[in-house]
Design a protein around this ligand. Sequence first.
Ligand code: SF4
Length: 87
Amino acid sequence: MSLMIIEDCTSCAACEPQCPNQAISEDRKRGYYRIDPDRCTECVGFFKEPQCTAICPMDDVCVPDPKRRESRDELLAKKERLHPVSV
Ligand code: SF4
């Protein structure tokens, strides 16, 4: 399941460089950061916990998006699509 950033985000930008998938960007129209659900893998394949949630100074701002439920296998497949292993 992709994570999403809710409107309580203060745009501190701490999360953006932590994401291994470059899924986080500033949404100037909304005035706070957003997560691209096509790039978010919940950090599966990289870390034990979502890095945006871990670094965020606010509670419950980077939260699971209930509309984007994905299994661990689906998240791993997404990660492999984003980071193909070259041979
Ligand atoms: Fe990026 Fe991980 Fe946060 Fe998803 S959970 S946006 S992959 S840092």
